[in-house]
Structures are given as C-alpha cells and as structure tokens.
Design a binder for this molecule. Structure first.
Ligand code: ZN
Length: 329
C-alpha cells in the first residue's frame, strides 16, 4: 500500500488528506490559508507536517505530496495568475516547496525522495473524480465546479488536459454573452458570470427586486441585498414556483456552457460539483432537460450523461493525492 498526501489550498483553508492508492482516507486536517508568498511555503510545510503526524503507521508508506492551488500554474510549478491569492503571483512553488519537503521527509523518517506535484485546483478536482470518484473508468471527463466562480478540469483520453503551458481547463472563462456582466478576467459575460454561485445570487436578487421571488425575499428577511443562493434553495425545496424558475434560469445557463464545452471535448460524462451542487436534483434535472435541447447529441444513444460529482469538498485534495501517487498525469 502506498499513501499520497493531497493539499488543497482554498481561499480561507488548506484541506490536507492522506489517501491510499486504493482511495481510502487515512488522515485529514485543515490549516488556515496564507496571505503572503513566504507564508504559503511555511503553511504548506506545517500542513504536511500536521498530516504526517496523524498517520497511524508513520510516513513510511508516503510516496509523494500533491498541492492544488487556486491559480494558473505553469508546467514547472510557478503560480501565474491567482485572483484569490494575488500576493502569490510568480511564486516558484514547486522549486521552493521541494527543498523544504526534502528536509521534512528526512526528519520524519520518510522513505527516500517524495514525488511533488503542484497543480491548478480544478485540475486536481477532476483528477480526484477520475481516479477515486464519480468518473472512475471513464476516459473523457469534464468537471464543472460551481462555487463563488466556476472552476473545473478536463480528462481527455485518460490523461489530464494541461495544454501547452499548463493553463488548459479554465472552463469558467469561456464567453457566453459578449454583452454580459463584466468579469474580473477583463472580458464580459463569462460562464462564471452567468452560472456560478455568485451569479445565481445576483439573478435571484434581480428577481426579488422585480417581485418575481417573494418567498425567496421573505426568507432573506425582506432585504433584496441579503438574498443568497441558500434562500433560493430553501424556497425551491418547498416547491416555491419563483425559486424553481430561478433554478431553471441557472440550469439553462449551465446547459448552454456545457453544450459549448461538449462540442470541443466530447466528454463521456459531465460532473457538476462545488457549493451549488448541494442543490442536487433541483439543479441537475433541469440542466439535463435543457442540455437535451441545447446539445445536438443531447438525446439518443450519444447523449452525454450529466451527474453530480462524487467527492464533494474533498475532490481537490483527493486529486492532489492521486497525482502524488502517480495514478494520473
Ligand atoms: Zn472571465
């Protein structure tokens, strides 16, 4: 049995999981995310150290460490563009962390040199679903993660799609409406401006202000600005028509984006994960229905299945561990 350590750097926390090559979680811990380049390395070392100390049989079975970061990552492990951790831009994480890991491995009695992989968090998440989660056995996978923004990743022909520089799979920034809402990437109407968790909240506030989502507004205490996705979810679970219509609008945007990506990727499965995926069938059912209309092969024998991701918030850490184990590349 081999163990991979997977660290997923989020906006506020780093989730660290020790996972066997059979997909068993043997230890897990969380540390606060850093706010400066120096602190990132220190925090990664602390997180790794904390995780190692939780291993029931010590570090002997550990073969590597994988780190998922919310940033574009070049092929040599340098952070390129990191909207959530802007202070980390240009940081050669791989080189710097490898040096510290060598010390840590020696100090804790680890067996030899550990493999180290630094990758984009969306790429790690699809790696997790591909190796251990809902896409096991599928060679072509599209993962779309609906959170504050839209992340995701692609497996093509059984390998992670990385592109020429390591930047492939940024599914959140395909333009769906050139006249749509401004995006932090500099363009307008990106997928994540139309179908992310924050986009959903904006769609709901607009409906609440127009008097089309009274129950949602009531749940938000009558304050339009306080309307969040959770309020829509609660109202939709009670069967409120206004809330269900908001899910239909979100699902339509999601289906159009998936259809665009499916034209290029021809995935064997499309997985939807992230915070919004907690809506479950309230989101998936209308998305599947809309996709059947939007996608030219949406019906019949070549229909692409759309399903919920399987690993939840652990997808990124499990994928980082799978990369550390060398189970996917
Ligand atoms: Zn964008």
């Amino acid at each position: 049995m081999a163990i991979g350590l997977g660290l997923d750097v989020g906006g506020t926390k780093i989730l660290a999981c020790a996972v066997t090559d059979g997909g068993e979680l043997v230890a897990e811990t969380r540390v606060d995310s850093p706010r400066s380049p120096d602190l990132l390395l220190q925090t990664l070392v602390e997180g790794t150290d904390a995780l190692l100390s939780l291993l029931p049989d010590g570090p002997r079975a550990v073969v590597g460490v994988g780190v998922g970061v919310p940033s574009l990552v070049t092929s040599d492990g340098t952070l390129y563009e990191s909207p959530n951790l802007p202070a980390l831009e240009g940081l050669p994480v791989h080189a710097a962390f490898a040096e510290r890991l060598e010390v840590l491995s020696a100090a804790t009695g680890g067996a030899g040199r550990w493999r180290l992989v630094i990758d984009n968090d969306g790429t790690c998440a699809v790696a997790g679903e591909f190796v251990f989660g809902a896409a096991r056995g599928v060679t072509d996978v599209l993962l779309i993660t609906l959170g504050t923004g839209i992340g995701g990743g692609v497996v093509a022909g059984g390998r992670l799609l990385r592109g020429a520089r390591g930047f492939a799979g940024e599914v959140g920034h395909i333009v769906m409406d050139p006249a749509g809402p401004a995006c932090h990437c500099g363009r307008r109407g990106c997928f994540e401006q139309l179908a992310s968790g924050s986009a959903f909240a904006r769609i709901a506030r607009r409906a609440a202000a127009a008097g089309a989502a009274d129950r949602v507004l009531e749940l938000a205490g009558g304050d339009v600005e306080a309307v969040r996705g959770e309020h829509v979810l609660e109202a939709a679970r009670d069967g409120d028509r206004g809330a269900l219509a908001l899910f239909d609008e979100l699902a339509h945007n999601l289906a159009v984006g998936i259809a665009n990506l499916a034209e290029v990727l021809d995935p064997g499965v499309v997985l939807v994960g992230g915070g919004l995926a907690s809506a479950g069938e309230l989101l998936i059912a209308p998305t599947v229905a809309d996709f059947a209309v939007e996608d030219r092969r949406g019906r019949g024998p070549h229909a692409v299945p759309i399903a919920l991701a399987g690993l939840g918030a652990r997808a990124g850490a499990f994928g980082a561990a799978a990369l550390a184990l060398g189970l996917v590349s």
